[in-house]
Design a protein. Sequence first.
Length: 106
Amino acid sequence: MMRGRPAWSPDAAGIRIAVRVTPRASREAFAGSDAGHFAARLTAPPVEGAANAALVQLVARSFGVPKRAVTLVAGDTSRIKRLRVEGDAAALAQTAATLYAAGHER
């Protein structure tokens, strides 16, 4: 397992997460990765913000929050993106831990 920056960290309004995006996937999925970030597979292409919009929707669904609670804060045109998920930081961190662990059960 690679060491370094964690896949999520506390934020004043909730948590921040790092996500590596794979656009044009056959299906959408969100799980942990070994490189200090989550992995998101999106069916949307990386054009005109389509993949970013799909990512916000996937993260909101995965964390059980409304889309307005998810904000892209860095990486607009990069494969690695940083997002803020607003809400109860403890509950969001627990969800992040569960999602991250689920990505390693193979």
